[in-house]
Design a protein around this ligand. Structure first.
Ligand code: TYD
Ligand code: MG
Length: 429
């Protein structure tokens, strides 16, 4: 049962009226309306949001506790206020004291006087201050720590989280205030609260990364004002988040030379090609059951690819434990990664290293056929730019054997892969 607020200072009833029109009208009768954007001086965030932050829009920023949400937003506010920006921002924290926020701000080099910090958990107080100050941007950190006195359940419960978000959406829309709402979401979905807010807000961002690794990725899961397929890449450093404008360098930085099982795959994140190292490890299983494990790749798809390798290319791996690791914390969802996964496994099992100047992409079908993937040219171009010289690619009739100064090796089927992994052309001598 979920408790709902029925009365109180800021009742929910008003909020549903925000989008109301008097009567139904045809599209041509509705006036055009240009969206007012606030420019975001952090390229990696701007890219994810599309054209910028829309005034009056509500953005939910989710992510694991400790991933860097507060850091990102504090840096963002600092940067926005430092540009010629008419207006103030309010940073509401229910998690940290004003002193703690100040310490963090000085560490991050944020010192603008237009940034107001407010440590408070009572929603009514927060709403009152927003109405009084009328900031252009508000950050609520986090939705789980605020509570409405109209509801008796504890902060962070579903009814509280929903009521808090509802009220924030109302006040943001009515006053054209852009509001960032931070929500902690754990991988196992334990704190499912913020998930239930996704339909209420305009934009849902997710900040991800392993706490032990420096790489952080900002992903857009929903955007009413733009595309959702771009990502922003950051590195967590001692003085906050640093933008990574060329992520391939980050992902390939520590790539070992001449090691079996390592291959480079040009993936596409939105419109941006990023080169990542895919690692495979196949070793004889010691217990009756062989293990399959993947970090950064779908485990079910890995199992499928192993079945294809067995049935179509005769590579039997049932006595082997097989591991896949996508280096750097990136997750590959594209079928285009299939051929790279197969290559990494084959390279490991045959103990042949793949040339360090080679990239691999292609989708693998159940018949073992290798299929073309979207935006091949973009992938090849980027690989060439980063100094790669050869590519294993899907076969295409009458396609030239070189492109962008890369030598191409077209493959029809996973059987062809056997000729190239373990063959002189692909091994570092
Ligand atoms: P934080 O923004 O507090 O995470 P969240 O709000 O998502 O819970 O960041 C947490 C971690 O980031 C913290 O454990 C330490 C690290 N960190 C740095 O490495 N460098 C920095 O400059 C800052 C501010 C944090
Ligand atoms: Mg925080």
């Amino acid at each position: 049962m979920v408790e709902e607020a029925t009365q109180g200072l800021h009742s929910t009833a008003g909020h549903r009226k925000i989008y109301h029109t008097e009567t139904p009208s045809s599209l041509s009768e509705i006036e055009d309306h240009k969206l007012p954007y606030i420019d975001i001086p952090i390229v990696e965030v701007q890219r994810v949001l599309g054209k910028g932050l829309v005034k009056g829009s509500i953005v939910l920023l989710g992510g694991d506790p400790g991933v860097g949400k507060s850091t990102l937003l504090l840096q963002l506010l600092g940067k926005i206020l430092d540009q010629d920006f008419a207006g103030s921002s309010l940073y509401v924290s229910g998690e940290e004291s004003a002193q703690q926020i100040k310490m963090r701000a000085s560490r991050l080099g944020v010192s603008n006087d237009q940034l107001l910090v407010y440590a408070e958990t009572n929603l009514h107080q927060v709403l009152t201050q927003i109405e009084k100050i009328r900031p252009q941007i508000v950050v609520i950190d986090s939705v789980q720590t605020l509570y409405s006195p109209d509801i008796s359940s504890i902060p962070g419960s579903i009814s509280q989280v929903r009521e808090v978000a509802d009220q924030l959406v109302r006040i943001g829309k009515q006053n054209h205030i852009a509001i960032f709402i931070v929500g902690h979401v754990t991988k196992d979905g334990n704190l499912a609260g913020p998930k239930t807010l996704e339909h209420l807000v305009d934009t849902v961002l997710h900040f991800e990364g392993e706490r032990e690794q420096p790489c952080r990725i900002l992903r857009c899961l929903k955007n009413r004002f733009g595309p959702t397929d771009e990502i922003g890449v950051f590195e967590m450093a001692g003085d906050g988040l640093v933008e990574i404008s060329n992520p391939s360098e980050l992902f390939l930085r520590e790539r070992p030379d001449k090691t079996p099982g390592s291959v480079v795959f040009p993936t596409l994140e939105g419109s941006r090609p990023i080169l990542v190292e895919v690692q495979g490890l196949a070793c004889q299983s010691s217990y009756g059951v062989s293990l399959r494990n993947a970090v950064g790749f779908d485990k079910n798809r890995l199992t499928m690819l192993l079945a294809v390798l067995e049935k179509r290319a005769g590579i039997v791996l049932s006595n082997y434990d097989v591991y896949i690791n996508v280096v750097g914390g990136l997750r590959l969802f594209e079928p285009a990664a299939d051929l790279a996964i197969c290559s990494a496994i084959l390279s490991s099992v045959t103990n042949n290293s793949i040339s360090s100047t080679m990239i691999v992409f292609g989708e693998v079908g159940l018949s073992g056929e290798i299929r073309t993937v979207r935006q091949q040219d973009l992938r090849l171009k980027e690989s060439s730019k980063l100094g790669f010289k050869e590519a294993l690619v899907p076969f295409k009739k009458e396609a030239p054997l070189d492109a962008f100064r890369l030598q191409l090796t077209p493959l029809n089927s996973v059987i062809d892969l056997l000729d190239h992994i373990g063959n002189k052309n692909t091994i570092d001598s």
